[in-house]
Design a protein around this ligand. Sequence first.
Ligand code: MG
Length: 334
Amino acid sequence: MIHLRYRTVELKLNHTFRLSRGATDGRQNLIVEIEHEGIIGLGEAAPISHYDQDCASAADAVDAMVRRLDDPRCFDSAAQRVAVPGQPAAEAAVDMALRDLAGKRLGVPLYELMGLDPGVMPVTSFTIGLDRPEAVARKVREASAFPVLKVKMGSDDDRPILEAVRRATNRPIRVDANEGWSFDEALSRLEWLQEMGVELVEQPLPAGRLEESRELRHASPLPIIADESVHTAADIPRLAGAFDGINIKLMKCGGIGEALRMIAVARAHGMKVMLGCMIESSLAITAAAHLAPLCDYADLDGHLLIKEDPFVGATVDKGRLVLPKGPGLGVVSR
Ligand code: MG
């Protein structure tokens, strides 16, 4: 007998977060509990409004999925088998809850169940949102514990913002344009970005512009990583040659199972792998962090940008992710 419970949580941000396509002060995520034989697996959905999802649609999808689950012990592709099309965040929540449940049932951390080494975690970048140059400098100082910064771009203020960050620190910077540039804008910025000590650029062009991305990649002195252009493993073969790597997010792909497939497909195409996130609590961030030993870059700072995290899970030590040692995801309520 499977029992399902869910609730929405309000995650409030420390700073208003600006992207090339809008601003936000917080978000609502869905927390999912799947109980089987007295053990509770935890999952979290961060529905992406940009792709027409919200907590209500995610809750409906989780309901429908859990009703179709037969044996929750067969976690490997269970969430994918019962997935509701267009609701990858709900799928990710069910997938992580089933994996949490499996680890707790066996009494081992999920990384042990997956055969992964928690000692080889990459550093995570810390995101500096779009802001006025003076505010950017303050945010950079607040992020002094992080060895790599990520700067959101794609506005008219790109140059003063990056210059403000560079004045405030000599740490490596990753730039995310969130589809905010035209081909000519991207081309004219790349060399300057390299001179500014930027180590890679995420999604410079709108997702559909594959031919232009291919051309840009050939001209680029910096690696270009696909984010909005890639959702699942099936997207990857056509991106090879147009991007140097992919950004995997559980909320885009539908969970750890699909993320593992994406890593395998990207590696087969000689591509780099970055692990990203939405604004998420420590619950979903810890699930994503379980894949970090397999990735080149981590950008798992969603839980560090919120005021009251409802969970305790993966932590960050000198910028490096540290997985909790408890069974399953190892995440507990605060
Ligand atoms: Mg991105």
